[in-house]
Design a protein around this ligand. Structure first.
Ligand SMILES: Cc1cc2nc3c(=O)[nH]c(=O)nc-3n(C[C@H](O)[C@H](O)[C@H](O)COP(=O)(O)OP(=O)(O)OC[C@H]3O[C@@H](n4cnc5c(N)ncnc54)[C@H](O)[C@@H]3O)c2cc1C
Length: 381
């Protein structure tokens, strides 16, 4: 029976919950706002399947990508975080009658995985949402779709991909696995609290939040809150949720010891931002977003046929993408942050108090403040 004693050893992928033959495992939220499996001992039949399926306990080193590519797909640039490779792949899959799984922002602003069979449903999956997506029964659904002979593309964080792969068990030729070069995820509990605090701050019934709006700049993207017929854009370097995420304060405990970095998830493709585009593919750099694609398998190579890609040097490509290979350090004040979170009267002020301000941050902060005052003037009515 699965029992989580060391939280750093559970990535919350739900493989154990999905495989349990007597459905005795549920995901339960802890005080830090992350979901963990809890088994009911009265129902458990001690079959051991939940322990065997856990991807954290059997990881393998990857051989390294077959190809490293830069890509931007003009018709999908707007609305996607990097170069729009995800929607381009998704449209190929749905065009062939397949199903795409990805993370969506729900009307109640929670983030979860959903399926899509047409371009319109794929729209909701576009753009990075920096919160751990709730998977519910997605793995079981994928297995069902495959058994019905349908092609499936599943996208998610490396731990979600590793969990699904372990749950499915055998190599399925009709399953395309696509992960992102993830540096870590904050939990849904903190996100829900933050949404509530933003709603109070702006006096707004929020109906959408976009983490990475790059109208102004891909590098200096905005965090945008929409509701009541208006939207408020904040440079991400000024938003405490984004800052604490980027400074690794709010990540899931397992993200600091993630065994799925460096392609260890077993995905066919890995998508990322090509942050070092100025050196790796300077002719593509117009600050509107460029994707980095790591092609990990032959299936991955076949899936990108027809996409506008350019082969680039792997070392240059990964130079400003440390998260792909390296685990973040646990920040000194992480425990303190989560201990005080529930009693904080002013959540946004409390979060700001944990942002680390280096001289560089101060400089970025000053320019962000100037930018903010300009943006405030252009709040769309
Ligand atoms: C939590 C997270 C951390 C990331 N960290 C890095 C990083 O450190 N460095 C880097 O270069 N790139 C990172 N990325 C990847 C990058 O932000 C883009 O998602 C990726 O390059 C694909 O962009 P796109 O333009 O092709 O498509 P987009 O349209 O932006 O595609 C969005 C894709 O991301 C998936 N997705 C969105 N939110 C989530 C979520 N919460 N959980 C699971 N899947 C999700 C969707 O299902 C879809 O497949 C991260 C993404 C996420 C979600």
């Amino acid at each position: 029976m699965i029992r989580i004693t060391d939280k750093a050893k559970c990535c919350g992928c739900t493989a154990c919950m999905n495989i349990c033959p007597v459905q005795c495992i549920v995901m339960r939220r802890d005080r830090e706002g992350f979901d963990y499996p809890v088994a009911n001992p009265d129902l458990c039949i001690s079959c051991g399947k939940c322990e065997d399926v856990c991807p954290m306990s059997h990881t393998a080193d990857a051989d390294g990508p077959l190809m490293t590519l830069a890509a931007r797909v003009p018709e999908f640039m707007e609305g996607s975080s990097s170069g729009g490779v995800f929607p381009a792949l998704a449209s190929k899959v749905t065009g062939e009658g397949g199903v795409v799984y990805g993370a969506v922002m729900n009307p109640d602003l929670t983030v979860s995985h959903a399926d899509a069979c047409d371009a319109q449903s794929v729209e909701r999956m576009r753009g990075s949402k920096y919160v751990q997506s709730e998977l519910y029964a997605s793995f079981e659904d994928v297995k069902y779709e495959l058994s019905e002979g349908r092609k499936v593309m599943f996208t998610g964080t490396p731990c979600q991909i590793a969990g699904l792969k372990s749950y499915i068990g055998n190599d399925e030729p009709d399953l395309l696995l696509v992960d992102c070069a993830c540096h870590g995820v904050p939990g849904p509990g903190l996100w829900e609290k933050y949404v509530k605090a933003l709603s109070e701050k702006y006096g707004m019934q929020i109906n959408d939040i976009r983490f990475r709006v790059k109208d102004r700049s891909w590098r200096k993207y905005d965090f945008v809150v929409c509701g009541d017929g208006r939207s408020v854009a904040t440079p991400h370097q000024k938003d405490p949720y984004m800052l604490l995420f980027l400074q690794d304060m709010t990540l899931r405990p397992s993200c600091y010891q993630c065994p799925f970095r460096k392609g260890g998830s077993g995905s066919d493709l890995t998508l990322a931002d090509l942050w070092n585009v100025s050196e790796a593919a300077p002719e593509m750099d117009d600050d509107r977003g460029v994707s980095l694609i790591l092609v990990n398998t032959e299936r991955g190579r076949r899936s990108i046929s027809g996409l506008p890609v350019k082969e680039i040097d792997q070392v240059l490509a990964l130079k400003r993408n440390g998260a792909f290979a390296q685990n973040p350090q646990v920040p000194q004040r992480r425990e303190e942050f989560f201990l005080g979170l529930h009693s904080a009267k002013n959540l946004i002020g409390y979060m700001k108090g944990f942002v680390v301000r280096t001289p560089l941050h101060k400089k970025v902060y000053r320019s962000a403040r100037t930018m903010l005052s300009k943006i405030k003037r252009r709040i769309v009515k």
